[in-house]
Design a protein around this ligand. Structure first.
Ligand SMILES: [Zn+2]
Length: 249
């Protein structure tokens, strides 16, 4: 049940026929894992907290550095040196003290990643490297959890929803199994609000998956080119020989 205070707090959601009181209850009952409290994780966690996601699990093993603050808007000057999850939790609690937040101050991998993914309804990947993205995808496929994936670098971003249905493509379907990709914002740079655009879209798709509103970006990859204000939506097909998702069929 939603309390009287919650009915007021979330009234601009509840007035939307696609969300309604029933959708807001689903949001309240949901458990979401956000991996990475950096440029993407910041808007994702802030919007999901403000929107009333009942239990947020936030994972990051890093500490806040000065060069993060150009885009990681969940952290503040006084957070420099703190664990990102602690800095993030303080911001999220200030936004919405009624939700539960579990901080995971470690690099989630192996069994710990597996266990964590199994305990939530869906996973939002906001990390900054391919090996983590592939590992998170493997765990999401294993436990049949939708994965809302985002990435941003330079003036470019991308967003996709994977593992939505049994027949949906997974993140690995996008790439050859032996691909070696390792670009990151550290040496490539990124325009500050580009991570906000992609993170906001990840939070939107997350709330759509939870409430069932609209059509989620299942089997689609949105590619954003900020320099030319160009959004392209590409179809992602399930790779019949995908080493991750074809084995489960
Ligand atoms: Zn696959």
């Amino acid at each position: 049940m939603l309390t009287e205070q919650e009915l007021i707090h979330y009234s601009r959601h509840i007035i939307l026929p696609q969300i309604d009181e029933a959708g807001q209850k689903k949001i309240k009952e949901s458990k979401v894992l956000v991996i990475g409290m950096g440029g993407l994780g910041a808007p994702v966690a802030m919007y999901l907290a403000a929107a009333g996601v009942g239990h947020l699990y936030i994972a990051d093993h890093d500490q806040v550095e000065r060069s993060n603050l150009q885009r990681q808007i969940i952290h503040k000057l006084e957070s420099i040196g703190l664990d990102k999850v602690d800095s993030a939790k303080a911001t999220l609690k200030a936004l919405n003290p009624w939700i539960e937040i579990t901080s995971i101050p470690e690099k989630l991998e192996g069994q710990a990643l597996d266990k964590q993914v199994s305990q939530v309804d869906l996973v939002v990947d906001c990390c900054d490297n391919f090996s983590t993205r592939f590992a998170v995808n493997r765990a999401a496929v294993k436990h049949h959890k939708p994965l809302i994936s985002g990435a941003a670098i330079r003036f470019e971003g991308q967003l996709g929803v994977f593992n939505y249905h049994h027949s949906s493509p997974c993140y690995q379907c996008l790439y050859q199994p032996d691909i070696q990709l390792d670009e990151n914002c550290f040496d490539q740079g990124v325009l500050s609000p580009v991570v906000g655009t992609i993170g906001s879209l990840q939070a939107t798709e997350t709330l759509k998956v939870i409430t069932g509103a609209g059509n989620v970006a299942d089997g689609k990859l949105l590619v954003y080119d900020a320099l030319n204000l160009d959004f392209r939506k590409l179809k992602v097909t399930k790779d019949e020989n995908c080493p991750v998702c074809s084995a489960k069929l």
